[in-house]
Structures are given as C-alpha cells and as structure tokens.
Design a protein around this ligand. Structure first.
Ligand code: BES
Ligand code: MN
Ligand code: ZN
Length: 545
C-alpha cells in the first residue's frame, strides 16, 4: 500500500545553497578557485596576498596594474589561474581559477559590503558547480576576523540562494500536473555540496561557533524564502499548515492549528471573512518554542511573540487587483514564512528565550461566497469592522491573530510582520521597511538589530489624529479609509486589537520582502526572507526589558 501523502509533501527544503564553509589554517591539493577580496584604495605593493603562490600573485598584480579590476563594491573579476602553484598557502596547491571581489574604499567597509563579497563568491561558484573554493582573506585579514568571517559566510548563503526547483533539466522528461493543478515533479535535482575553505585562524573556537551560528540563521532565512517563493497553487493554506507541522516535528516545537471551524466558533470574523471566498479554508497556526532546560531554575521566562501575515495569494477579493503584476501576490505570505524561519532559527541555535510564532493563513480569492465591500464583521476582540475594501485583507486576519495571541500568551513583546500596504512601497521602496508601534524601547531595539543585519527599518508615526481615517458610518471602524497615509492606516487599525500595555511593533515589509531590483546579496525576483535575521538578532541581543 502506498504511504499516505500530505499536500505539503511536494515542498521539501534542502540546504540552499548546498554550502559548507569551514575555516582552515592552510590548504593543499586541488581547488576549483580561490576568492580574494580587495579594496579599491590600496597601493598594489600594500595588498596582502600572503600565501598566494608566486605565479598567481603575478597574475593578480598585472590585472590590477591594467586597471581591469578596480575593487569597487560588488565588482568581480574572474580569471584562469594558469599552472600549478606552490606557496606557503599550502604545501602544494593547484588552483584553477582566481576570483577577485571588490570591497570598495577601506573606510566605508561595513558588514553589508562583506556580505556582498560573500554573495558574489557563492553565485560564481554555484553557477559553475564548483566543489571546492578557497577564500583568501586578502586585505581583510588585518581587520576583525570574527565579523569578517561571519558576514562573509552569511552573505555567501544569502547570495547563493536559488529558486529553480520547477525548472526542467534536460534529463527530466514527462512532467505533468496532478488533479489539483500542482506540478507533479517539484523534486530538486540531486544536491552537490560546495565547500568553501576560509584560510584563517582555524583553532579559534569562538570564531568557528560564530560562523556556524550565523550560517544557520542565514539558512533559516533561505528556508523562509523557499516557502515564500512557492506559487499559490502549491502553497495553499492547507500546505502552509502542513509545512508548519513538519517544522514543528523536526524542531520539537509545540503546534496548535485552529481550523476554519474553530476560528468561526471563536468569533474570528476577520480571518473567516477573508477566507470565505477560497476553496482552501483559512487557519490560525500557533507554534511554541521553549528553550532547553538549564540547570539554574531561572525566573519567569520573558515571552516574545512574532505574528506573520500569510495570504497564500492575494487577488484583492471583490475589490480585485489589476492584472499587471498580480502574480507577485504569491509573495503575500512573506510575513508568515518569516515566522517559520525565525522558529527554525530559534531551535537550531538554540535560543534561550520563550518564543511564540503565530501565522494567520488564508487565500484572498474572488468567488460568489467572497466577502463584499460594505460587509460588517465582528472581530475576535468584539469590535465591529466595515470591510470598505476587500483588498485590505492583511489587517483583518492579523487583527484576530494579534488579539488572540495577547489573550492566550500575554507576550512581553509582540512583533508582527506583513506585506501590508502598497503605500509603504511608494514611501520607502525596497530599502527600508516601515516600522510602527507603541513602544520606543522595542522600536529602538529592532532598529538596532536591523542595522546589524542590513534589514533597515524606518519608523512611521501612529498619531491619534490618524484615527479619523478609520471612522466608519456603520461599524466601530473600517478597514480602509481615504487615499492617504495607507501604511499608517494599517498600523492604526492593528493597534485597535491590542490590549493596553502590550509592547508591540508592526513591520510593513511590502516593499522589502521581494524587491524587483537586485539588492546586493539578494537576488531579484525571489523573496529575501526579510525579518528572519532581524528578529533572530533582536532575540539574541535584546530581550524585552
Ligand atoms: N498585499 C497587499 C499589499 C502589497 C502591495 C504588497 C504591493 C506588496 C506589493 C495588501 O493586501 C493590499 O492589497 N493593500 C492595499 C490596501 C488598500 C486597498 C487599502 C494597498 O496597499 O493597496
Ligand atoms: Mn490585499
Ligand atoms: Zn495582501
């Protein structure tokens, strides 16, 4: 008898990129390439090429002398490395290619530039299916090793992510669709591991730990990206639930799923109204992580809750979206996918912090049963909402999720992430996410964490005067007002569903979660896992006071 299959079985995450990065004191044998990061403002005779065999060193210096490679940020230059070389880098090492990556001016070097160099190296290696690559620290060797190595590894993993599982390779023939319209062979081709060997202080235990932790967090971000990139016909709400169950099983998380019936019984009018029009009913996913028990019976653990919007596809509903670019609305589950990534990171680290992950998941579809503009629903916290626009669905599902999370878990800090408004894309583009909230300390801590991870946040005001925009003639509030301050309307709306005194931050990630333009180490036209590294960094460094 065939094993019972579940809808989520077709969606399997493997390490992506398949990369192992280690720190080695020296290298011998044969390597496919050596990567050398270089500044743009360094005299040729001052460049640190320590250990690079003499012939290769000559090649590099002549390339620099010709001006063919200037060392600007993100610049790359690849060349054949010529014959076998010997040098102190190794006893004897055969290097087949040299790959130069630019770091820009020495004084403007930051973590983001190093991540970018790592990304370029990994993209280069992955494209050519290289299996062994040496990373020479170049001029970075004199700087802070622990940061350089971790940032480089993180950048390599983020930059090396690819979403190609649905692209046929020549050796695959009969692909078809199953009766649910899902491609039947979403099987990734067999993975070939790439090895990156960073030549440096291999005996530094804390450095190795730092690199492996940062790598794990970056892979958790890529796991979130892998889910976020899945098309709407593959990742339906039921599949999202399945993926959460699988993660819970693998990571030892507690999971509770409130299905559509439970949500209706509990009075979650927002979640139910948005989910009505879809053949795939909505759910509320609740994941709980508890840190491994330590010897000391610590005091009451602080609880942080992260809530992520997961609209598996957003047509807009009856207030339907224009056709152009509607396909990008498969990314409307990026907030929920980020929550899965954060939970994964929490258990692999592991994090010493109680953490709750909450994902309201729906499809916003057009149907005879869909909710209509003008409908009035009662939310979980008892407030009534006039659905003035069915395309402002994210706040409806989040409102119920936030109210329920607060009632059930009483978190000390609550962070929600959502691709909530087109307005934040207009205001901040693909560089900064919008941050709103009611707690200056939490906001400052998140901004600081984002500064470290390169996920930048800009705070928008939730001033009382904006409340007017939520006024409805027939209900307590409406979900969408006039055409002004849309991101803030979203924040003001969500605030209505929090009990007083809960420290809360809302991240509107609509502009940053799947940027159209390539942004350094993130490839264009894939989700980038925004929020996973940011919130994990926040949890590592800044527990609620
Ligand atoms: N998912 C969209 C927001 C969005 C827009 C994300 C563009 C990424 C790119 C959200 O559900 C939405 O449709 N928001 C509307 C709200 C409006 C109708 C009040 C918007 O911002 O246009
Ligand atoms: Mn919408
Ligand atoms: Zn949406």
């Amino acid at each position: 008898m065939p094993a019972r299959t579940r809808p989520g079985d077709a969606v399997v995450f493997h390490e992506n990129p398949p990369l192992r990065l280690s720190i080695v004191p020296a290298a011998t044998g044969r390597a496919d390439a050596i990567v050398i990061p270089l500044f743009s403002d360094q005299r040729a005779d001052a460049i640190d090429l320590g250990g690079v065999p003499a012939e290769q060193r000559r090649l590099i210096l002549s390339t620099l002398a010709l001006g063919d490679f200037k060392g600007k940020e993100g610049e790359t230059y690849a060349m054949g490395a010529g014959a076998m070389g010997t040098g102190p880098l190794a006893g004897e090492v055969e290097i087949r290619r040299i790959f130069l990556v630019g770091l820009g001016k020495r004084e403007s070097l930051d973590a983001d530039v190093v991540r970018w160099a790592g990304a370029r190296a990994c993209q280069y290696a992955r494209k050519r299916e290289l299996s062994r690559v040496l990373i020479h620290p170049g001029s970075l060797a004199k700087l802070n090793w622990s940061d350089f190595a971790a940032d480089f590894a993180e950048g390599a993993i983020l930059g090396g992510f690819a979403f190609k599982d649905y692209q046929s390779t020549s050796d695959e023939s009969d692909r078809g669709d199953d009766q649910n319209n899902r491609p039947t062979s979403a099987q990734p081709k067999p993975v070939k591991m790439m090895r990156f060997e960073l030549i440096g202080p291999a005996d530094d235990q804390s450095l190795r730990e730092k690199v492996s932790r940062r790598s794990a967090i970056a892979q958790a971000a890529n796991y979130a990206r892998f889910i976020a990139c899945q098309p709407g016909n593959v990742v339906t709400p039921a599949v999202m639930v399945d993926l959460a169950r699988k993660l819970a099983r693998q990571c030892g998380l507690k999971i509770t799923v409130l299905d559509a019936r439970a949500a209706r019984r509990l009075g979650m009018g927002g979640l139910c109204a948005v989910g009505r029009g879809s053949m795939h009913p909505p759910s509320l996913i609740l994941l709980e992580y508890a840190p491994p028990k330590t010897g000391r019976g610590a005091g009451r653990q602080k609880t942080v809750a992260v809530v992520g919007k997961a609209v598996t596809f957003d047509t807009g509903g009856i207030s339907i979206k224009p056709a152009a670019d509607m396909g990008a609305m498969k990314y409307d589950k990026c907030g929920g996918a980020a929550v899965l990534g954060i939970m994964r990171a929490a258990t692999t680290l592991p994090l010493n912090q109680r953490l709750i992950g909450v994902i309201p998941v729906v499809e916003n579809a057009v149907d005879a049963r869909s909710c209509r503009p003008g409908d009035i629903v009662r939310m979980y916290n008892g407030k009534t909402v006039e659905i003035s626009n069915t395309d402002a669905e994210g706040r409806l599902i989040l409102a119920d999720a936030l109210a329920y999370t607060c009632e059930k878990f009483h978190p000390d800090a609550l962070i929600d992430m959502a691709t909530l408004t087109g307005g934040v894309v207009v205001a901040l583009g693909g560089v900064y996410a919008g941050l709103m909230g009611n707690d200056d300390q939490l906001a400052a801590d998140l901004i600081a964490a984002g500064q470290q991870t390169g996920e930048w946040l800009w705070r928008l005001p939730l001033h009382e005067r904006y409340k007017k925009l939520l006024e409805s003639p027939h209900a307590d509030i409406q979900n969408s007002g006039a055409r002004e301050a849309h991101p803030i309307q979203g924040g003001m709306f969500l605030r209505e569903f929090l009990p007083t005194g809960t420290a809360w931050a809302h991240l509107d990630i609509a502009g940053v979660a799947h940027p159209k333009k390539e942004h350094r180490y993130w490839i264009a036209d894939t989700a980038n896992g925004f929020g996973v590294r940011l919130v994990t960094q926040y949890l590592l460094g800044n527990l609620p006071k």
